[in-house]
Design a protein. Structure first.
Length: 200
Protein backbone atom coordinates (compact mmCIF):
# COMPACT_ATOMS: atom_id res chain seq x y z
CA UNK A 1 0.00 0.00 0.00
CA UNK A 2 1.25 3.46 -0.84
CA UNK A 3 1.77 5.63 2.22
CA UNK A 4 -0.63 8.59 2.37
CA UNK A 5 2.22 11.07 2.42
CA UNK A 6 3.64 9.58 -0.78
CA UNK A 7 0.23 9.54 -2.45
CA UNK A 8 -0.31 13.16 -1.49
CA UNK A 9 3.10 14.07 -2.87
CA UNK A 10 2.33 12.34 -6.18
CA UNK A 11 -1.02 14.11 -6.48
CA UNK A 12 0.54 17.50 -5.81
CA UNK A 13 3.31 16.78 -8.30
CA UNK A 14 0.67 16.17 -10.98
CA UNK A 15 -1.08 19.41 -10.04
CA UNK A 16 2.21 21.30 -10.25
CA UNK A 17 2.90 19.79 -13.69
CA UNK A 18 -0.55 20.87 -14.88
CA UNK A 19 -0.03 24.43 -13.63
CA UNK A 20 3.36 24.76 -15.28
CA UNK A 21 2.44 23.03 -18.55
CA UNK A 22 0.84 26.12 -20.20
CA UNK A 23 4.29 27.67 -20.48
CA UNK A 24 5.17 24.95 -22.99
CA UNK A 25 1.80 24.07 -24.54
CA UNK A 26 -0.14 26.48 -26.72
CA UNK A 27 -3.10 24.10 -26.56
CA UNK A 28 -3.43 24.56 -22.80
CA UNK A 29 -2.38 28.20 -22.73
CA UNK A 30 -5.51 29.34 -24.55
CA UNK A 31 -7.61 28.37 -21.51
CA UNK A 32 -6.58 31.54 -19.68
CA UNK A 33 -7.77 34.71 -21.40
CA UNK A 34 -5.27 37.56 -21.78
CA UNK A 35 -6.65 40.86 -20.47
CA UNK A 36 -5.63 44.36 -19.44
CA UNK A 37 -6.22 44.90 -15.73
CA UNK A 38 -5.29 47.47 -13.11
CA UNK A 39 -2.45 45.97 -11.07
CA UNK A 40 -3.61 47.96 -8.03
CA UNK A 41 -6.97 46.19 -8.12
CA UNK A 42 -5.30 42.78 -8.20
CA UNK A 43 -3.12 43.72 -5.24
CA UNK A 44 -6.12 45.03 -3.30
CA UNK A 45 -8.02 41.80 -3.97
CA UNK A 46 -5.14 39.66 -2.71
CA UNK A 47 -4.76 41.81 0.41
CA UNK A 48 -8.46 41.53 1.24
CA UNK A 49 -8.48 37.76 0.70
CA UNK A 50 -5.55 37.38 3.09
CA UNK A 51 -6.94 39.68 5.79
CA UNK A 52 -8.47 36.77 7.74
CA UNK A 53 -5.38 34.54 7.82
CA UNK A 54 -3.24 37.56 8.70
CA UNK A 55 -5.50 38.42 11.62
CA UNK A 56 -5.44 34.81 12.84
CA UNK A 57 -1.62 34.86 12.70
CA UNK A 58 -1.46 38.10 14.67
CA UNK A 59 0.11 40.01 11.81
CA UNK A 60 -1.51 43.31 12.54
CA UNK A 61 -1.12 45.56 9.49
CA UNK A 62 -0.96 45.49 5.73
CA UNK A 63 -0.13 48.65 3.87
CA UNK A 64 -0.65 48.88 0.12
CA UNK A 65 0.52 52.12 -1.47
CA UNK A 66 -0.91 52.45 -4.97
CA UNK A 67 -0.79 54.81 -7.91
CA UNK A 68 -4.07 55.87 -9.48
CA UNK A 69 -3.85 53.06 -12.05
CA UNK A 70 -1.29 50.59 -13.35
CA UNK A 71 -2.66 48.89 -16.48
CA UNK A 72 -0.88 45.59 -17.06
CA UNK A 73 -1.38 42.82 -19.60
CA UNK A 74 -1.95 39.54 -17.81
CA UNK A 75 -4.03 36.35 -17.75
CA UNK A 76 -7.09 36.10 -15.58
CA UNK A 77 -6.24 34.99 -12.06
CA UNK A 78 -2.52 34.40 -12.66
CA UNK A 79 -1.08 37.42 -10.86
CA UNK A 80 -3.67 37.26 -8.06
CA UNK A 81 -2.75 33.64 -7.32
CA UNK A 82 0.96 34.42 -7.40
CA UNK A 83 0.41 37.27 -4.92
CA UNK A 84 -1.66 35.02 -2.63
CA UNK A 85 1.20 32.51 -2.57
CA UNK A 86 3.70 35.25 -1.71
CA UNK A 87 1.45 36.74 0.98
CA UNK A 88 0.92 33.30 2.50
CA UNK A 89 4.68 32.78 2.71
CA UNK A 90 5.16 36.22 4.23
CA UNK A 91 2.47 35.50 6.81
CA UNK A 92 4.10 32.23 7.82
CA UNK A 93 7.47 33.94 8.11
CA UNK A 94 6.13 36.71 10.37
CA UNK A 95 5.69 36.79 14.12
CA UNK A 96 2.63 38.25 15.88
CA UNK A 97 2.72 42.04 15.83
CA UNK A 98 4.94 42.29 12.78
CA UNK A 99 4.03 44.17 9.61
CA UNK A 100 3.92 42.96 6.03
CA UNK A 101 4.31 45.73 3.47
CA UNK A 102 2.71 45.45 0.03
CA UNK A 103 3.50 48.22 -2.44
CA UNK A 104 3.14 48.89 -6.15
CA UNK A 105 5.62 50.95 -8.13
CA UNK A 106 6.27 52.20 -11.66
CA UNK A 107 9.19 54.12 -13.11
CA UNK A 108 8.32 56.36 -16.06
CA UNK A 109 9.34 54.74 -19.31
CA UNK A 110 9.73 51.27 -17.78
CA UNK A 111 8.21 48.26 -19.50
CA UNK A 112 7.04 46.69 -16.25
CA UNK A 113 5.18 47.67 -13.08
CA UNK A 114 6.25 46.17 -9.75
CA UNK A 115 4.59 44.71 -6.68
CA UNK A 116 6.78 44.27 -3.62
CA UNK A 117 5.76 42.00 -0.74
CA UNK A 118 8.10 42.49 2.21
CA UNK A 119 8.08 40.87 5.64
CA UNK A 120 10.21 41.31 8.74
CA UNK A 121 10.55 37.64 9.58
CA UNK A 122 13.61 35.47 10.06
CA UNK A 123 14.65 35.64 6.43
CA UNK A 124 16.11 32.82 4.34
CA UNK A 125 19.64 31.51 4.95
CA UNK A 126 21.98 32.24 2.06
CA UNK A 127 22.60 28.55 1.38
CA UNK A 128 18.89 27.99 0.77
CA UNK A 129 18.41 30.86 -1.67
CA UNK A 130 19.50 28.94 -4.83
CA UNK A 131 16.81 26.34 -4.10
CA UNK A 132 13.77 28.41 -3.12
CA UNK A 133 12.05 28.07 -6.52
CA UNK A 134 12.56 24.32 -6.74
CA UNK A 135 9.33 22.28 -6.41
CA UNK A 136 9.00 20.66 -2.97
CA UNK A 137 11.80 22.71 -1.45
CA UNK A 138 10.46 24.42 1.67
CA UNK A 139 12.16 26.82 4.07
CA UNK A 140 9.58 26.22 6.81
CA UNK A 141 8.44 22.59 6.48
CA UNK A 142 5.51 23.01 4.09
CA UNK A 143 4.91 21.39 0.70
CA UNK A 144 7.39 23.67 -1.04
CA UNK A 145 5.25 24.57 -4.05
CA UNK A 146 4.14 28.14 -3.35
CA UNK A 147 7.15 29.94 -4.78
CA UNK A 148 7.58 27.52 -7.66
CA UNK A 149 3.99 27.98 -8.80
CA UNK A 150 4.08 31.75 -8.21
CA UNK A 151 7.17 32.17 -10.39
CA UNK A 152 5.66 30.06 -13.19
CA UNK A 153 2.39 32.00 -13.14
CA UNK A 154 4.28 35.30 -13.36
CA UNK A 155 6.45 33.97 -16.18
CA UNK A 156 3.38 32.98 -18.17
CA UNK A 157 2.23 36.61 -18.31
CA UNK A 158 5.67 37.78 -19.44
CA UNK A 159 6.75 38.89 -15.99
CA UNK A 160 9.44 38.10 -13.48
CA UNK A 161 9.53 37.09 -9.80
CA UNK A 162 12.63 37.96 -7.79
CA UNK A 163 13.30 37.05 -4.17
CA UNK A 164 15.66 38.99 -1.90
CA UNK A 165 16.37 37.76 1.63
CA UNK A 166 18.92 37.60 4.40
CA UNK A 167 18.83 35.68 7.67
CA UNK A 168 17.26 37.70 10.50
CA UNK A 169 16.41 40.58 8.13
CA UNK A 170 13.21 39.45 6.43
CA UNK A 171 12.34 38.74 2.82
CA UNK A 172 11.25 40.87 -0.14
CA UNK A 173 9.46 39.35 -3.12
CA UNK A 174 9.35 41.53 -6.25
CA UNK A 175 6.82 40.78 -8.98
CA UNK A 176 7.30 42.57 -12.30
CA UNK A 177 4.38 42.57 -14.75
CA UNK A 178 4.37 44.08 -18.28
CA UNK A 179 2.71 47.49 -18.53
CA UNK A 180 0.05 47.84 -21.21
CA UNK A 181 0.61 50.97 -23.31
CA UNK A 182 -2.51 50.66 -25.46
CA UNK A 183 -4.71 53.79 -25.19
CA UNK A 184 -7.67 53.05 -22.94
CA UNK A 185 -9.62 54.07 -19.83
CA UNK A 186 -6.59 53.94 -17.51
CA UNK A 187 -4.67 57.02 -16.44
CA UNK A 188 -0.99 57.48 -17.18
CA UNK A 189 0.82 55.14 -14.74
CA UNK A 190 3.62 57.68 -14.32
CA UNK A 191 1.26 60.02 -12.44
CA UNK A 192 1.97 60.48 -8.69
CA UNK A 193 0.41 58.08 -6.14
CA UNK A 194 -3.14 58.94 -5.22
CA UNK A 195 -4.31 56.28 -2.81
CA UNK A 196 -3.26 53.91 -0.10
CA UNK A 197 -4.94 50.91 1.45
CA UNK A 198 -4.36 49.68 4.99
CA UNK A 199 -5.83 46.53 6.50
CA UNK A 200 -5.45 45.64 10.16
Amino acid sequence: MIAPSHACRETIAQAHKYLTEPARSSRVAVVARTEVTDLNDMVATAVVLMAGPMKDAGVTTYHCSCRSSLPVRTKQGYVEQALLNLLTNACRASRPGQTISVTTAYRKGASHAEVQVEDSGEGIPIWKMPHVFQPFFSTWGGLGLGLSIARELVRQVGGQLVLESQSCEGTRAIVRVPIDTTPGPFRDPSQPPERSLSCA
